[in-house]
Design a protein around this ligand. Structure first.
Ligand SMILES: [Zn+2]
Length: 501
């Protein structure tokens, strides 16, 4: 049994081979792509290298079900085995087993793209044992209930199958330490307001905009958000690592939320997904993690426009030629920008040189379909002690505040999860609809008054109103308050308009 992928969805594929007399000829039927058709040449080479004889007559390889497109080089090993079984040179196993891997001309078994989702697919087919390259095996060994065996070459695999030996089961790959884990709130001196914004964003899953002059530590703040998110759950880990495994063979296992910071010159393809086989882009690699868009106003308009749909749905849809697919892309967005073209509007060190009309035009660029979805705006002021570099090894200070913040985030998330399941609404406050957030926020008289004032004074829009409620709900959750109070609304309004500097 083998598997192919439609996006992240594995589809079982049955490989069958029939041998007939006649002129030497190989046919592959069942919608193979170019890599699958080429696999015959790789298999011939691997047979020679392993001392096996390639059948002389007509060979028909059938991949079924026929209507599913078969992608990639993971079929090399299953096809090679099916040929050998048809020749009666490998005994058919009593229990169904799974195989995946690309063959080298030297007979080696190589890692393939998407080995983790493929292995998940094999497990779904009720397969308990499977064989693959060592790199792939380390990832696949994380699949619950699957026994994975690493094999270096076709020769080694054949020896195992022929002698009925039991190979040594592969142990799962170790977790990868992310560099973001080194960031901590304690390293960011001053910056109390943006740090508060990070805490709220981390707790409620809110998107965040950081505004401030260059060199004030916006990037370090963004990395800190990733450091404030809790470890991924087992299910999330499988999902995230599956996406990473589609981007290329991976050596390490990710148990922490990812942090992706695409450059502002990034193309839509690299952000959303690309290539002949539609590799996941940055927004999918940031799934369950953080996507940081520094110098947001410099990103290409068309690129930003295409982020709208994935931001709304948490899924990105891709198509290329006959291939259509979709990948999960539920990430937390942090945008950062200078407050004006010269960067120094509102700074205390340097004077802003922009004219009011230029600033007005710039501000319009800062409003748009994406920034509409941002719940929190925080001003990053210059502090005399800005020390925003990565902490050097050995001089790491206390992580006291950071650990406190992590605990607050954990508790606030637990409160939201409980409320979410009680009300049948999404888990993060940021993901609630207008009606849903109204059902979990009861406004007292003072809060209503505050919101009415904001409507007249700051032209708070209906959408802004809903976003304010979401942030206020998270602030109350952080404080362990069941009811949202007027001070929560007041703080949320300050972050709505970025007005406290
Ligand atoms: Zn300026």
């Amino acid at each position: 049994v083998a598997c192919t992928l439609e996006g992240l969805e594995p589809r079982a594929v049955q490989v069958e081979v029939s041998l007939q007399r006649g002129l030497p000829n190989v046919h592959v039927v069942g919608l193979p792509d170019a890599a699958v058709r080429e696999s015959i040449e790789r298999i011939r080479g691997a047979f020679v290298a392993s001392g096996e004889e390639f059948p002389r007559g007509r060979v028909t390889v059938s991949l079924s079900p026929a209507e599913i497109r078969k992608i990639g080089s993971s079929f090399d090993v299953p096809i090679a085995l099916a040929i050998l079984m048809a020749q009666g040179r490998v005994p058919a196993s009593k229990t169904p087993e799974g195989f995946l891997g690309e063959l080298g001309l030297d007979g080696s078994i190589r890692p393939v793209r998407g080995s983790l989702p493929l292995a998940l697919g094999l497990r779904k087919q009720a397969i308990e044992r499977c064989y693959m390259s060592e790199t792939d095996a380390k990832l696949a060994a994380h699949v619950p209930g699957l026994k994975v065996f690493a094999v270096k070459s076709l020769g080694e695999l054949l020896a195992l199958l022929r002698n009925g030996q039991s190979a040594r089961q592969t142990t799962p790959a170790a977790s990868r330490a992310t560099s973001e884990a080194r960031y901590s709130l304690d390293e960011l001196i001053g910056l109390e307001i943006p740090k508060r914004a990070l805490l709220i964003a981390a707790a409620g899953g809110h998107h965040l905009l950081l505004l401030g002059p260059p060199g004030t530590g916006k990037t370090a703040l963004a990395r800190c958000l990733a450091a404030l998110l809790p470890d991924l759950s087992d299910q999330e880990q499988l999902e995230v690592n599956a996406l990473w495994s589609l981007a290329g063979p991976a050596q390490q296992w990710r148990s922490r939320p990812a942090f992706r910071a695409p450059h502002h010159s990034a193309s839509a393809a690299s952000l959303l997904g690309r290539g002949t086989q539609l590799q996941p882009g940055d927004i999918s690699l940031a799934h369950r993690g953080v996507l940081f868009m520094d110098e947001f106003t410099e990103f290409r308009r068309d690129v930003i426009e295409q982020l709208r749909q994935p931001l709304e749905e948490g899924v990105v849809r891709l198509s290329r030629a006959a291939l259509k697919t979709s990948y999960p892309a539920r990430f937390q967005l942090i945008c950062a920008s200078n407050p004006c073209p010269c960067g120094y509007s509102g700074d205390r060190l340097k004077k802003c040189l922009c004219s009011p009309s230029v600033i007005e035009r710039y501000k319009r660029r800062l409003s748009g379909p994406i920034l509409d979805r941002i719940d929190l705006v925080a001003w990053v002021a210059r502090t005399s002690l800005a020390r925003s570099e990565v902490p050097k090894k050995g001089e790491r200070g206390s992580r006291k505040k950071h650990i406190e913040a992590l605990e607050l985030v954990r508790q606030a998330k637990a409160v939201q999860r409980e409320r979410g399941s009680a009300h049948g609404v999404p888990f993060h406050n940021a993901e609630l609809s207008g009606a849903e957030i109204r059902s979990v926020v009861e406004l007292d008289r003072e809060s209503t008054l505050l919101l009415q004032q904001a409507e007249t004074k700051f032209a708070l829009s209906p959408r802004g109103f809903v976003r304010t409620l979401k942030v206020a709900r998270t602030i109350a959750d952080l404080a362990g308050r069941e009811k949202v109070q007027s001070r929560d609304i007041a703080e949320a309004l300050q972050f709505r308009f970025g007005i406290h500097h």
